[in-house]
Design a protein around this ligand. Structure first.
Ligand code: IPE
Ligand code: IPE
Ligand code: MG
Length: 254
């Protein structure tokens, strides 16, 4: 079945509004080809384009991609430098295409501590695409959930000390409003490629009720068909949010 045939099986009334992806397996993919790890990262950019187009085709509003974690600084220096160069080049090369496709670029993470060139290019692209009304592409860059939650807690503590807030006002909604994802709905679906079944410090708070989709496919091999298939699998899940099946399907006899 080709991608368009899989796409046609998607129920358009229950497409997730927000899909988050842990793009993993670039290094292993390159090694399988007898290439350097970097070749996997550069090829992975094509998968980003594919998934973005696929999201647009079925009306996903938000796509959050884990591109670089705070832990990824622990990789060898040459790989970190190559990843930063790739980010700078990909972002600047894609602005025209993002605008053509009405994609709005956004970012979450500790952006202030990105290398200056990378931060500047990112801010430029965010600015150049800010009027676009199509898919919101949110890059998680120098991101980790523990960093984000720590940052939010410090901010809340500061606001309490400055009497802008009282402790009793802290609730689920308020905490969400202090996160870098505050403007966006929580993802309904989280995809991780490469067969690893872990979250690696990604959106811990926001995925509290997300459906998780793990696939063996390595990121550079992840194409439209895989993305559509993940949505079809998602649509087969029963999202109960603590209730019973009977409550979810009231037409069925109790
Ligand atoms: C994901 O691929 C890309 C980043 C983390 C930047 P990896 O580079 O982690 O690839 P593997 O997991 O080593 O195969
Ligand atoms: C998670 O992948 C981070 C990104 C995809 C950017 P990693 O490959 O860094 O995750 P771990 O270290 O194997 O959990
Ligand atoms: Mg990995």
């Amino acid at each position: 079945m080709d991608a368009a045939q899989i796409r046609d099986k998607i129920n358009r009334n229950s497409v997730p509004r927000h899909i988050a992806i842990i793009m993993d397996g670039n290094g292993r993919w390159a090694e399988q080809q007898g290439e350097q790890r970097i070749f996997g990262h550069t090829t992975g950019v094509e998968s980003v384009r594919e998934v973005l187009m696929a999201a647009q085709e079925i009306g996903v509003d938000y796509l959050t991609l884990y591109a670089f974690s705070t832990e990824n600084w622990n990789r060898p220096e040459w790989e970190v430098n190559a990843l930063m160069d790739l980010l700078v080049n990909s972002i600047s090369n894609e602005i025209e295409s993002l605008n053509k496709n009405k994609v709005r670029l956004l970012a979450i993470g500790d952006l202030e501590n990105l290398p200056e060139k990378c931060r500047a290019e990112l801010m430029h692209a965010i600015d150049k695409t800010k009027h676009n009304t199509g898919v919101r592409l949110i890059l998680a860059l120098n991101y980790s959930s523990k960093w984000e939650l720590t940052h939010a807690m410090k901010h809340i503590a500061r606001d309490i000390a400055e009497k802008k807030l009282i402790a009793e006002e802290i609730n689920d909604h308020l905490i969400s409003s202090y996160l870098s994802t505050a403007p966006y709905p929580d993802p309904e679906l989280l995809i991780r490629t490469s067969g690893e079944q872990r979250i690696s410090n990604f959106l811990l708070w926001q995925i509290a009720y997300a459906e998780l989709h793990f696939t063996e496919t390595l990121w550079p091999d992840f194409k439209k068909a895989h993305f559509f298939q993940a949505i079809i699998d998602y649509q087969k899940r029963e999202r109960r949010f603590g209730k019973t099946s009977d409550q979810i399907r009231p037409s069925q006899p109790a």
